[in-house]
Design a protein around this ligand. Structure first.
Ligand SMILES: [Zn+2]
Length: 457
């Protein structure tokens, strides 16, 4: 019995030692989750390698893109001014674009020299014949695992499938109904942009059978509402503003009477002073924001640096929009800050504290290489992870480098940066791996899709 007892006691000691060890390991592991550390561990590469294929399998929703062919002037409501400087990675000689052509079309060369580029042109021509109509661009989305992609375009062409390319139309043109001589002459960039706004306004007028601008201000506002409602019926899911290209994004809060008297004075003739024009535009912009809320059309706003050497960074600072975004009168309007305020992302993410404000990361993944974009994403994910959405800002550069290659580069860069950001967050004890994958799904697809009441997937 003694002996047995001693044995049992010994066993008990061993059991409690083992229990202690288990408890200690458990405590350490929960401690490492509860208390983040400032550096990723040596496991970060392994976690990245494990996450990337899982992230590549997530079918994405592209929240901001300009799909179309290079000879299609409707891919945007504006156009690139001649001779604009381009940042390194967005130049058409970026060797990564050859990698894109390789992945998408089996391009056999490493560069895009003129004779090699001919191979790519021929290949695309052949494919477009095989995949007639919407099948061609649908096949591109399939290749990069995107379920559907916003088409932020002036108008929709018949070669894009509206089920997979929901239309985001432009709302800026309503702000330029007067004589724009001075606006156009401001600098060479405006010389390109403003006439295109006039053209867009005339297209809306044609669409709504409005021969000339209404004589009364209430008639003008009715014309705006009618255009928005029709565009929504035609499949439009949101209203996009690229107003930062044309004027400062600080919006005052004029009364309707002020805007009305300016409209009456200048709708037929005369040139409003700069101050008068701005006051009128400020009212119209706020009217559009309010209508966007009423009609369930989220408001997309370009918030980042822009193309063209005259793009004014300080006047287009995303923080200029704060007075509009935090205005309780617009609580029922959903705002999407396109391009996430780049390069002012750190300030921008705090605007997403507003329940109705979201940040789209498109262009950030092209302006920066994945090593830097990873840090942007990580900062977003660590602040308001449920308020950020993925976009490529794809655009047809030219006949050789199309929206196709640009889609690929945007999607690849974003997925790599996302895997990198999440791998660091896991390794640093901020999130678990399963939580990280939830965040990846939200960013690449779910958060954006939820904004459109079942109109997109
Ligand atoms: Zn864009």
């Amino acid at each position: 019995m003694q002996h047995d007892n001693a044995e049992i006691e010994g066993d008990n000691v061993r059991v409690s030692q083992r229990l202690l060890l288990v408890c200690l390991v458990f405590a350490l592991s929960t401690w490492s989750l509860a208390q983040a550390r400032p550096f990723p561990g040596p496991d970060v590469q392994q976690i990245y390698q494990r996450l990337l294929p899982q992230i590549e399998k997530i079918t994405a929703f592209d929240h901001h893109a300009h799909p179309g062919f290079a000879d299609d002037s409707d891919v945007d409501a504006m156009a690139a001014p001649p001779n604009a400087s381009e940042a390194l990675r967005t130049r058409s000689d970026n060797p990564e674009l050859a990698a894109a052509a390789k992945a998408l079309f089996g391009y056999p060369y490493d560069d895009l020299s003129t004779e090699h580029a001919k191979w790519l042109l021929d290949k695309k021509t052949e494919l477009k014949k095989q995949l007639a109509g919407p099948a061609y661009f649908n096949s591109i989305l399939d290749k990069i695992n995107i379920e559907s992609s916003v088409a932020n375009r002036a108008m929709m062409p018949d070669y894009l499938d509206p089920k997979r390319f929901p239309w985001v139309f432009f709302g800026d043109a309503f702000m330029w109904p007067f004589n724009n001589e001075r606006e156009t002459a401001r600098n060479p960039d405006e010389g390109v942009y403003i006439p295109l706004q006039e053209k867009m306004l005339h297209r809306w007028m044609q669409q709504e059978n409005v021969g000339k601008l209404p004589a009364t201000f209430s008639g003008f506002l009715k014309f705006i509402t009618q255009t928005l409602e029709d565009n929504s019926r035609r499949g439009g899911i949101a209203i996009k503003f690229e107003v930062a290209y044309f004027r400062p994004t600080t919006f005052s809060d004029p009364t309707r009477a002020e805007a009305e008297s300016i409209y009456r004075r200048y709708v037929a003739e005369g040139i409003p002073t700069e101050k008068e024009y701005r006051t009128f535009q400020d009212f119209v912009f706020r009217f559009l924001v309010q209508e966007g809320g009423r009609l369930h059309l989220p408001i997309h706003i370009h918030t980042a640096v822009g193309i063209g050497d005259y793009f004014n960074l300080s006047q287009s600072n995303i923080m200029n929009l704060e007075s509009v975004l935090r205005d309780p009168r617009y609580a029922s309007t959903t705002f999407v800050m396109i391009h996430g305020g780049y390069p002012l992302e750190r300030e921008a993410i705090w605007l997403a504290a507003m329940k109705n404000v979201y940040l789209d990361t498109s262009f950030g993944e092209l302006a920066q290489y994945p090593s830097a974009f990873k840090n942007t994403l990580k900062m977003f994910l660590e602040t308001f992870p449920d308020k950020i959405t993925f976009g490529t800002d794809c655009f047809p550069y030219n006949q050789v480098l199309g929206a196709e290659e640009s889609y690929w580069l945007g999607a690849q860069s974003s997925r790599m940066a996302l895997a990198g950001a999440l791998a660091e967050m896991i390794s640093e004890g901020e999130v678990t791996e399963s939580r990280a994958l939830e965040l990846a799904h939200a960013y690449l697809h779910d958060t954006a899709v939820k904004l459109y009441d079942g109109r997109v997937r």
